[in-house]
Design a protein around this ligand. Structure first.
Ligand code: PRX
Length: 656
């Protein structure tokens, strides 16, 4: 990590926002930012109470701001009540009923627009349908859907009646889906027959059926199926029902169920350093507050904006910056079903041109792949509508940043490199576009009210010009509340005893330069970031060893990758003999497909190497740092004297 820290600390190019941008910005100029930071420092609870009162519509106003009595199980605004769907939809019904809420572009280019009034009606009908199925406050609804207007309707309908949704990304396998249905205790599933991506049809309902066939999903009483592709799918009565049938005849009004600010709005599963994904549980009040504020502060949201976040709704970025944030502030949000390279690598630029997108938010991995697929392509399109660009999900290398700035932003648009996590609910460290001079590859400064720092193993601040562990020193309203069903793991993972349970441990390494700018270097735990998707090395290992017919042992590590940020490398010991040549290639392919079946295609190892054994200490512990060095093609400089079987290193280096 130290060489990366060295090189990023040397980045000195500075890009201040233009005076025109500063003038019109919601937070305008460094002084305005400092004032907010100072307000939060001076009167922490007063600051949060003020913004929560000004931003959200409360059905019952809160009188208490922060409850720390059960820390680290913090509660915010906990005697207040509100409804998230009311805050996203009803609040716009008088002021802008006919404004387009979602502009949806399908894989084949077909565009569908839905206004706030229409969206409200569809959400009410689905909410009534869920009610009719007996879904009530606190029940869990699992959503496994493609990018569509309907997935937003499904999420909002849950929020409207106080049901907690758990969206599972459509690329996850039946096994991953089954585990999440069981862990969340879902009683209803909403899915689609399939989806279109890159001209291909990908089934969804058959995956749900497979998940059910694995057993354990008996609590689910109804499966609602949205007809997207029209392909025939088996429907098992009385459990399976078509979306269009369940909403037929439902009333177009549905009174929102007002819930406590702490009520779980959603659970979203994410990877950690064990084999079992964590159900990150978010609140209603604190989460929604931050979704709205960051739309205004970081994305400088204006009533006339067309806002496009390219994330999938199955990830937290889609939750906060496709659904809740954009709708609550009443913007027009673009949603895209397909992939950036279909029908060609100009698709993103064409969408920006066609829909006159003003604010564009994407991932470094997409930027890198589009540079590779046609670095000059953006020049063929009219991108003059753009006024602000954003990135999220992984560190952006300065070269990609500069390309984004020059070729996409035409040197006019500020870039917000936003650092956050599933657990943080919204952006915590990011430039403010009308405030912060940006530096390529730096997430710059914490937002007002967020107290971030970099510490050593003992929890002491390392100070400017150094690297260490990224922590958040005070709670914030949008933070996760717990891990669903596992409060102990929540405590251990995020508020470890090493830091006296006082600091939120993000799991990232970072450094701070002389200006106090943060640079996020990457994970410090056993979590990989592949194309901006989080994956636990243990998860992939468990998937591999679950193949008990073939696999005796497996160890998984990450390796830097130009395109995907990190790539997965698996070292595998088979039960039979060690394959070489063609046989090894075939076996690797078989195991890759196995992992895709166990977790999803996104978890397929890029490289699989076979050995007679793994490098172990005499006590039998796998020495992963040696495997990391081999995966990266580095010479092994470390001491290997504690190794039981040094010869294995040579074999693994040569393998495949
Ligand atoms: O390692 C950090 C990286 O993504 C992780 C969070 O992943 P996830 O929960 O899936 O959420 C992704 C979208 C919010 C972080 O721990 N990460 C996220 N944003 C950045 C980043 N790394 C560097 N720079 C960023 N801007």
């Amino acid at each position: 990590m130290s060489s990366t820290i060295e090189s990023v600390l040397q980045e000195s190019r500075l890009f201040p926002p233009s005076p025109q941008f500063v003038k019109q910005a919601n937070i305008s100029g460094m002084e305005a930012y400092r004032k907010l930071v100072a307000e939060a420092e001076r009167d922490f609870e007063g600051f949060w109470a003020r913004v929560a009162r000004e931003t959200l519509l409360w059905s019952k106003p809160f009188t208490q701001t922060l409850d720390e009595s059960k820390a680290p199980f913090y509660r915010w605004f906990y005697d207040g009540e509100l409804n998230a769907s009311y805050n996203c939809l009803d609040r716009h019904l008088k002021s802008q009923p006919d404004k387009v809420a979602i502009l949806f572009e399908a894989d084949d280019g077909k565009v569908t627009r839905i206004t706030y009034k229409e969206l409200h009606r569809e959400v009410c009908r689905m909410a009534n349908a869920l009610h009719a199925h007996g879904i009530k406050l606190g029940d869990r609804v699992l959503i496994y859907m493609p990018m569509s207007i309907q997935v937003v309707v499904a999420m909002q309908a849950c929020a409207r009646i106080g049901a907690t949704h758990s969206v599972v990304f459509g690329g996850f396998s039946a096994k991953s889906l089954q585990e999440r249905i069981i862990d969340a205790g879902a009683t209803e599933v909403i899915t689609a027959d399939g989806q279109f991506r890159g001209g291909r049809e990908i089934p969804l309902k058959p995956v749900v059926d497979e998940a059910f066939a694995m057993g354990g999903c008996e609590k689910v009483r109804n499966v609602i199926v949205y007809k997207r592709t029209g392909s025939s799918v088996p429907m098992r009565a009385p459990r399976d029902k078509w979306w269009h049938d369940v909403v037929k005849g439902q009333a177009e009004q549905c009174d929102p169920v007002n819930v406590n600010a702490e009520h779980p709005l959603f659970i979203l599963y994410t990877s950690g350093s064990t084999g079992k994904p964590k159900g990150v549980q978010h609140s209603t009040g604190g989460y929604l507050l931050w979704a709205m504020l960051t739309m205004k502060w970081v994305f400088d949201n204006k009533p006339s904006d067309i806002f496009w976040c390219t994330a999938d709704v199955g990830w937290v970025t889609g939750h906060t910056y496709i659904n809740y944030g954009p709708l609550a502030v009443g913007t027009t949000v673009v949603m895209f079903e397909g992939v950036p390279t279909y029908p060609d690598a100009g698709r993103f630029w064409k969408i920006i041109q066609d829909h006159k997108v003003n604010v564009f938010y994407t991932a470094p991995t997409a930027i890198r792949s589009l540079i590779k697929a046609g670095g000059e392509l953006p020049k063929k399109y009219d991108l003059s509508s753009l006024r602000l660009l954003g990135t999220v999900g992984e560190p952006i290398n300065p070269e990609a940043w500069m390309w984004y700035h020059n070729t996409v932003g035409r040197e006019r648009c500020p870039i917000v490199d936003t650092w956050w996590q599933t657990e943080t609910g919204g952006i915590l460290i990011s430039p403010l576009p009308g405030v912060t001079p940006t530096k390529p590859g730096s997430a710059t400064l914490p937002l007002p009210g967020i107290f971030a720092d970099i510490v050593d193993e003992t929890g002491q601040s390392v100070g400017k010009g150094k690297g260490g562990i990224l922590v958040i020193k005070r709670p914030w309203p949008a933070m996760l509340r717990t891990i669903w069903g596992d409060p102990e793991r929540y405590k251990k993972t995020y508020f470890p005893d090493d830091f006296k349970g006082k600091l939120y441990l993000a799991g990232d390494g970072a450094s701070m330069d002389e200006e106090g700018y943060f640079r996020i270097v990457g994970r410090i735990d056993d979590v990989l970031n592949v194309s901006g998707h989080r994956l636990g090395t243990m998860e992939v290992e468990s998937a591999l060893v679950a193949n008990s017919k073939l696999v005796a042992e497996a160890a998984v590590v990450g390796r830097p990758d130009e395109l995907t940020g990190e790539a997965i490398v698996a070292f595998v010991v088979l039960k039979g003999h060690r394959p070489t040549g063609d046989e090894a290639h075939k076996m690797a392919e078989e195991l890759r497909n196995w992992v895709a079946k166990e977790i999803g295609p996104l978890a397929k190892p890029k490289d699989i190497r076979f050995g007679d054994n793994l490098p172990k200490t005499r006590s039998g512990k796998i020495m992963r740092r040696l495997l990391r060095a081999i995966a990266r093609g580095e010479t092994i400089a470390q001491d290997v004297s504690t190794l039981e079987n040094p010869a294995i290193l040579e074999q693994l280096k040569q393998a495949m």
